[in-house]
Ligand binder design. Sequence first.
Ligand code: LRH
Length: 516
Amino acid sequence: AGPAGFVAVDLGATSGRVMLGIVSDGGDAPVGGVELVECGRFPNGPVASAGSGGDELRWDFEALWRGILGGLREAARVAAGRGVEVRGIGVDSWAVDHGLLDDDGRLIARPWCYRDGRNEPARTRVYERVPFAEHYAVTGLQDLPFTSVFQLVAGAADDDWRRVAQVLLIPDLVTYRLTGRRVAEVTNASTTGLVDARSRTWADPLIARLAAGFPELGDLRSRLPELVEPGAVVGRLLPEIREATGLGDVPVYAVASHDTASAVAAAPLAAEPGEPAPGAAPRAAAYVSSGTWSLVGLELDAPVLTDASRAANFTNELGVDGTVRYLRNVMGLWILNECVREWSEADVAAGGPAVDLGSLLDAAAGEPGGRCLLDVEGEEFLAPGDMAGRVRAAIAGPVDGAAGEAGDVPDTRPALVRVILDSLAAGCAQVIGRAAALAGVEVTAVHVVGGGSQNDLLNRLIAEATGLPVHAGPVEATALGNLLVQARAAGATSATIRDVVRASAALRTYAPAPAV
Ligand code: LRH
């Protein structure tokens, strides 16, 4: 047999991709690396359409499915051409969102997008029945408006709900279509608000309490599939999928199907060299999984469920190998991307070219830094639309260090971009400081992984705001985490996931010197 290949299907909020990872044995080197070949990339985004209660934001799942099949076809073609044996497929995506299946396993409607505003009243109603403190004590989840449990309670009011036989998170839904088997992978299930963070099982007493408090939910527990851990084989490609893609009888693995879980699994975290002073806190590296969101925090062995942790709204999402992602959601590049999308649309409508992100970031780097800081953990930036307007309004309102003198309020595009990136960096620094204090560690370095790690200015600003060295990369951390969990389970590598990543990707380091 030729070299081993593993396919990662990685669905993000702005695009999906299919990557073939070719795992080499390393030859004379102690650890072999992975070569990534992109076999498909397709756009994604919330689609607004008129619904009974006003505009609805949903995902076009069938478009994603077509993109996935096209990518798998290409992966089969590339593998065959290079003599690579495809030994596994795994699927990850953004968290919390899910499809509702009827008795025949068909999607009842397009899955809702978590950015839709319908969850807010449901959140209040859930906390009336199960106060946040009690919910946190079991699930360890931060209070976010879109946690799946709020979406389920909001959805149970719809007529469609009575037809729901099963709730499947987005990656599990793709895996189901590939294999015919329905499971709930635990890293992603931990974002539903229905999983016990200590036992990594469905939180049955909590679910029973919710079902009693919301009779319209019916028997919610029976609609949740069996939980599986990353590394388990869920099933094998269905004959019709083999036919449609040209792939063979390939196993489909449960991976860390929450994209952030895969990204952190592949983040080559390492504290800076050196020993803590006697009696001092252990040293650790923090991570920023930088993309649509900035997910900022620490990897821990056990959840932190203290009152202080709850008050600081830190989450304990579940990771590979029994780990916990102790983090907070910072709004991330979503704010910048939405501005760029709007500006591009306006420029193109006026007959000009679309915005060139590289030039815009260069111009932002030349702007004075630290003029004012937006609250990038606030919920006011969650929804799409008129983002630049909302940023301007926030700048004009009471924000930290807002320019006092008339005329000094940033208003050009580069100036707004600089304010957004300064604010993201400050948000990351604040979260890292709090995480360290709450978890009792000394953070000595920051690893920035994911697509956003290509943003040089943001990396520099994070180094400046934290006063710590920033190591940037890999860009494709999520795909790497996805396929290395498979490779390890298949016995194609005996090294740790992080060692394989270190052997595969060069990191860029930013010293904590002031940014220009
Ligand atoms: C990032 C992410 C994040 C979740 C959000 C819904 O893609 O999965 O970890 O909080 O999307």
